[in-house]
Design a protein around this ligand. Structure first.
Ligand code: DOR
Ligand code: ZN
Length: 343
């Protein structure tokens, strides 16, 4: 196959950041996605309806003219989130709230310590139909970083899912066979997103032959058996797994340093990279479900009506993206060849 046409996709998990950077991140995503679930880990985080709608306006102001791209906003759960915050926020433009365990990742200092203390909030979310998006890693210092996702499942995710069976949960950016199998065995109210980097890479791509800071993200890349299991479940066409890039820009100098930031900025080639994976797996017929159908179905939102076509024609991801403030970003897959492009 040298061409594929699919329903226009959405990105169900990404980071736009704020300020000037929106002029880079929003057009890069609007180029191929109709909607995006926008992560709320700003400093300070997006905690209530007023903050979410103000942020939405800043995003819309950065959208290319003529684009009908739509950001979907997310509340950041803290130990101070109230049931009223949830009731006032929930709606089509704020369909979800995000649980970051404190210290799990970029800008998560304000996040939740003692997840059980949020059970009353989960109760309200379940009642009003707000989705719970979870960064699923335990954060205690003694736990090996490669075990953090697996242990989160037994310590937190399984108890939350069984206590709130009606609450729709997205287990974000899963990285392990354990997570994939847990999601497959769970009821239909639990689903997961998968990033391009976790389908394309494993921990050798981070550590062999020298540290590759631009492949460093959280949850960290795992061993190849886990990567293979993720590839198997997307190839299976299960509707429990859908597209969420976790595209997360960091300036080059904050990644190429002694204590580098976590995040891969994949927006410039996101859909093309997923297409490459499905092509490698000989299952291009499964791309549309993953990229365009299962996400809106799970969120209870309409599927997009426009279409988009990709053709097989190689191109090379630039080495660097220059920003207006003089910084630069090294995009995910920099300098490497992608086989597909959007027509
Ligand atoms: O790699 C990551 N980067 N993982 C996250 O969970 C957060 C993100 C970011 O905001 O940079
Ligand atoms: Zn993220």
């Amino acid at each position: 196959m040298s061409k594929i046409t699919i329903t226009k996709p959405d990105d169900w998990h990404l980071h736009f950041r704020d300020g000037e950077l929106l002029n880079e991140t929003v057009p890069a995503t609007a180029r191929c996605f109709q909607r995006a679930i926008v992560m709320p880990n700003l400093v300070p985080p997006v905690r209530n309806r007023a903050e979410a709608l103000a942020y939405k306006q800043r995003i819309l102001a950065a959208k290319p003219s003529g684009s009908d791209f739509e950001p979907l906003m997310v509340l950041y759960l803290t130990n101070d989130t109230t049931a009223d915050d949830i009731r006032q926020a929930v709606g089509d433009d704020i369909p979800a709230a995000k649980l970051y365990p404190a210290g799990a990742t970029t800008n998560s200092d304000a996040a939740v310590s003692g997840i059980e203390s949020l059970y009353p909030i989960f109760e309200t979310m379940s009642e009003v139909g707000m989705l719970l998006l979870i960064h699923g890693e335990v954060t205690d210092a003694e736990t090996d970083i490669f075990d953090r996702e697996r242990l989160f499942i037994e310590q937190h995710l399984a108890p939350i899912h069984s206590r709130f069976p009606e609450l729709k949960i997205v287990f974000e950016h899963i990285t392990t066979a354990d997570a994939a199998d847990f999601v497959l065995a769970a009821t239909p109210s639990l689903a997961a997103t998968i990033t391009p980097q976790h389908l394309l890479l494993n921990r050798n791509d981070l550590l062999v032959g020298g540290i590759k800071p631009h492949n460093y993200c959280l949850p960290v890349l795992k061993r190849s058996t886990h990567q293979q299991r993720l590839r198997d479940v997307v190839a299976s066409g299960s509707p429990k797994f859908f597209l969420g890039t976790d595209s997360a820009p960091h300036a080059k100098h904050t990644k190429e340093t002694a204590c580098g930031c976590a995040g891969c900025y994949s927006a410039w080639g996101a859909l093309e990279l997923y297409t490459q994976v499905f092509d490698d797996l000989n299952c291009l017929d499964k791309l549309e479900g993953f990229a365009s159908l299962y996400g809106p179905d799970f969120y209870g939102l309409p599927r997009n009506t426009e279409q988009l076509t990709l053709k097989r024609e190689p191109w090379v991801m630039p080495q660097e993206i220059q920003l207006a403030n003089g910084d630069s970003i090294v995009p995910f897959f920099a300098g490497q060849t992608l086989n597909w492009q959007i027509t």
